[in-house]
Design a protein around this ligand. Structure first.
Ligand code: SF4
Length: 102
């Protein structure tokens, strides 16, 4: 539990301190996100999908990609996640790196 909280705090700090340029890049990528396959349809993502325990449908409606700080996209449909270089995630998906949007 403490490790999980530390990891989330570090992730938030990294996002605030250093990933702003990534966010800008994601904005550019968002325009074409709907043209991309889902992350689960890209074999190269299999390792990160497993390590993140990622699922296309969250088991918890209060923790979904659409309300995660790493999600860039509409509340409905799908968008980009900063943890995946390729592919898009459904707004209703989830992984264990979920962090609430501030
Ligand atoms: S819940 Fe996981 S897969 Fe979804 S946007 Fe957040 S970090 Fe990415």
């Amino acid at each position: 539990m403490a490790d999980d909280l530390s990891r989330r705090a570090l992730l938030k700090a990294a996002i605030i301190a250093g990933l702003a340029p990534v966010g800008a890049g994601l904005n550019a990528a968002r325009a074409s996100a709907e043209d991309e396959p889902l992350v689960t349809d890209i074999p190269a993502n299999s390792v990160i999908i497993t390590s993140l325990e990622y699922v296309n449908q969250s088991p918890n409606p209060e923790q979904i990609c659409a309300n995660c700080v790493l999600y860039q996209g509409p509340a409905e449909g799908s968008g980009k996640c900063g943890l995946f270089r390729e592919g898009r995630v459904p707004a209703q998906a989830w992984c264990k790196s979920w962090v609430a949007k501030g």
